[in-house]
Every structure is written in C-alpha cells, then in structure tokens.
Design a protein. Structure first.
Length: 62
C-alpha cells in the first residue's frame, strides 16, 4: 500500500487555494454591496429614469 505524499500535499494546496478564493469572492461581494448607495427619494420626487418622457404616442425616431 504505497502512498504518494506529493498527491496529498497537492490536494491540500488546492483546498487552501479554493478557500482563499472563496474568501476573496465573499469580500468582493460585500464590497459591491457597500458600494451601492441606496437611492433616497421622497414620494413626490420624479423618477429619474422617466424624466423627460411624456405619456401617449411618441414621436417617430426617423
């Protein structure tokens, strides 16, 4: 029953790399979450996505 210590060490290194990558990914997710600033608008403030639009038929593009 021969054992190959290289394989075990390589697997251990892969597992460490995976764990490190997971931690980095989690940090990036939290960083993005913190970077998103909540939009604070009052109930009477117009929606900036709809600014300049008017109801009804729109003018032709061409």
């Amino acid at each position: 029953m021969p054992t190959n210590p290289k394989v075990t060490a390589a697997k251990r290194q892969r597992e460490r790399d995976k764990a490190e990558k997971r931690k980095e990914k989690e940090l990036r997710r939290e960083e993005r979450k913190r970077a998103k600033e909540p939009v604070l608008r009052g109930p009477d403030d117009p929606d900036p996505d709809l600014a300049g639009m008017r109801p009804g038929p729109q003018a032709p593009l061409y």
